[in-house]
Design a protein around this ligand. Structure first.
Ligand SMILES: NC(=O)c1ccc[n+]([C@@H]2O[C@H](COP(=O)([O-])OP(=O)(O)OC[C@H]3O[C@@H](n4cnc5c(N)ncnc54)[C@H](O)[C@@H]3O)[C@@H](O)[C@H]2O)c1
Length: 380
């Protein structure tokens, strides 16, 4: 593998919460064992001086700028990670592609379906390597659920539940930010914010949504604006998508949940697949616990303690626990490996087509809620 090492010189546009998380992934690239590509963060763009100041501590960063076009003009940048508010996705992603750079896009890959299709089409035309972010499926528990499904040992699938829950919005004094407003977050609200994380595994397993009935809720419609006043919050906060999914020629109930107000759930990503012969359940609520069901003479739910069995091996001891920065690094490793043509049969990042399909689902889900009807999915 070392013969095919490829250098990935990264630039970040949007150095907020996720931009700095990406810097952390680049910064400990050396933990990946015998990896096919090297990575180095070389340039960062953000509008905020304090954030650019933070990036000064990263020794490999040579360019700090408030103008994303300046970053894109740099011949030292091969791959750009863009983590900006959703209303800016389409413009900046297209600029990245026009500049001839590869792109790791943040979800939801455009503010709406139209934007997602335009990015997908531009990506295909450009020939650049483009993927979208979704890191939780790289956790060992999620991978074990995928393996359980792929083993065929679950029998006929009875039902699926998958979701991503947050809870900090239960506090009505939490200030508003761009994620709470349609003009910056998008009409699909929480589905755009959290939904890509929920559909990545179902889509990759080939489960095809056929129709959807959705319940959406707006809970707090005003929040402190951080300047002594109040700001309107007009995005959907909680979404329950009741989906019929086509699996092996049969329609199976699949409930997808994205919630900002899920009592007690700080950042809970979960998936549960139940079949006639077996089942698998994993939640970041209990990050090292995998539940596997087996219908033997007796019906058994087994609880398994997971260690650090990652998609891409690292120096970390096998008994240690994996957390958010670990799966985020693994996602970046998957991006770099696939870009270098070395992903093999390992799990990969969300493709532009999958991102568009997620938007097709969320657009139908929104219409379902507004009209109170079951919505068919395109090409269903
Ligand atoms: N993968 C994940 O787990 C995950 C988690 C949170 C957010 N996200 C996604 O990441 C993206 C960013 O979210 P965040 O939470 O990091 O937001 P954030 O508000 O913390 O950061 C966004 C940054 O973009 C900067 N910015 C705005 N306009 C810019 C411009 N024109 N040029 C350069 N920088 C600009 C802002 O100054 C800010 O620092 C969104 O798409 C969001 O959905 C992903």
């Amino acid at each position: 593998m070392s013969a095919s090492k490829q250098k990935m010189r990264g630039g970040i546009i949007g150095g907020g919460l996720m931009g700095r998380e990406a810097a952390s992934a680049f910064g400990r690239w050396f933990v990946l064992n015998d990896f096919p590509a090297q990575a180095e963060l070389v340039a960062v763009c953000d509008l905020q001086e304090t954030l650019l100041e933070w990036f000064r501590q990263v020794p490999t960063v040579k360019l700090l700028t408030k103008d994303h076009q300046e970053l894109l003009r740099s011949p030292d940048v091969d791959v750009v990670y863009v983590a900006v508010p959703h209303n800016l996705h389409e413009k900046i992603y297209l600029d990245v592609l026009k500049a001839g750079k590869d792109l790791l896009a943040e979800k939801p890959f455009g503010i709406d379906l139209k934007a997602a299709r335009s990015i997908r089409d531009a990506a295909a035309q450009s020939g650049r390597f483009v993927r979208c972010s979704s890191e939780f499926p790289f956790l060992p528990g999620a991978q074990r659920v995928i393996q359980a499904v792929q083993s065929g040992k679950l029998g006929r699938i009875l039902e699926i539940r998958a979701g991503f829950w947050h809870s900090s919005d239960l506090d009505p004094t939490k200030p508003a930010n761009w994620k709470r407003q349609v003009k910056t977050c998008g009409e699909i609200g929480v589905m755009g914010d959290l939904g890509m994380h929920v559909v990545h595994v179902p889509f990759r397993l080939g489960w095809k949504p056929v129709r959807v009935y959705t319940q959406l809720q707006k809970i707090y419609t005003q929040r402190p604006d951080g300047k002594g006043g109040m700001a309107n919050c007009d995005t959907w906060d909680n979404a329950l998508m009741h989906v019929d999914a086509l699996i092996n020629g049969e329609e199976v109930p699949m409930r997808l949940e994205t919630k900002r107000l899920a009592p007690g759930e700080t950042n809970t990503w979960f998936i549960e697949v139940l079949g006639t012969e077996g089942g698998a359940r994993y939640s970041t609520k209990e990050p090292k616990t995998l539940w596997l069901f087996e219908r033997a003479k007796e019906q058994i739910w087994q609880r398994i303690d997971l260690g650090y069995q990652m998609v891409f091996p690292t120096i970390t001891g096998g008994i240690f626990e994996a957390g958010f920065p670990d799966c985020f690094l693994q996602m970046w490793a998957a991006y770099a490996a696939e870009r270098a043509g070395a992903l093999g049969n390992r799990f990969g990042c969300v493709t532009p087509d999958e991102a568009v399909r997620s938007h097709e689902l969320f657009a139908a889900a929104l219409e379902s809620h507004i009209k109170k009807i079951v919505m068919p999915l395109p090409n269903a």
